[in-house]
Write a protein that binds this ligand. Sequence first.
Ligand code: SAM
Length: 327
Amino acid sequence: MLTDKFNRTHTYLRISITDKCNLRCTYCNPIDLPKGYFSVSNKMSPDEIEQIATTFVKNGITKIRLTGGEPLVRKDAKEIILRLAKLNVELAITTNGVYVNEFIEVFKQANIKTVNVSLDTLKQQKNLLITGRNEFDKVHENINLLLQNDFTVKVNVVVMKNTNDNEILDFVEWTKNQPVHVRFIEFMPFSGNNWSNDKVFNYKEILQLIKTKYKYENLQQDKSDTAMKFKAVNHKGTFAIISTMSKPFCGGCNRLRLTTDGKMKNCLFSKTEVDILTALRNKENIEPLIQQCVWDKEEIQGGQFNSINGINDALAIKNRSMIFIGG
Ligand code: SAM
């Protein structure tokens, strides 16, 4: 069991398999990302990912999510997915959706049931502005393809004031006839992503806005859920809010992270990382390193801030960019 000093048991591992991405989302990529930047040279091989994941599973991990960068741009993504599918875990993936059509059969083979797709706007032109690439139609088609193939689809929407907060009601409307699960995520600060307090449209504001048009019910919440879940009355799909900034949910946190270069993070906002990959390559036992990293986890948000009012300068946060951590 991977338990920390606050008695939280960790059963969920998010593995970033690449820090490369085919999109350039403003909120995720650092503004100073060099043109043609290179992915980390010492990324974990499929075999190393499997070995490390196996050790985590031996220590109580029951769910693994693949993320990135964009996991589906990695050339050996299929091999990694199928290797991890052999472990006794629930396997999930977060993707920008662009290459999903090439992976539908692999997802089925790997027994992946739920696919999280990021889409921050329902408008093509705005999507181009946010992502820097013209892939809106492809993503939309691939969401429909996933639904036709009976996958559960969660759509991640990073809500930014004066950018897409005026589309919240349109996203909820989408859930009326389609069984999509929209998740509104509060905009979070990372190195170089131009974050400021006044760009956060927080969960209270989101709910207040939704209330003006829809009657909704609260859905049941698990202790480790990051999302508060709701369903508009008579809608096929649901919506949820991930309130990382204004109402952190660290008390029930069960998540750990592994970066592309094999560094373990015990929190998205942790200042420190533990080099699991080098230890593995040196033939050291990685189990005590993993256990110690969990034990050292801070109580709230990596010990970096406690509430939205507690942080005024996002640049003061010591962390990698989201694209280099793995969202
Ligand atoms: N490329 C994949 C994708 O687009 O979903 C996986 C990686 S992405 C980093 C994972 C998730 O992190 C996405 O849903 C994205 O919206 C979210 N994310 C990235 N930067 C964020 C930020 N600054 N605030 C909130 N969520 C963010």
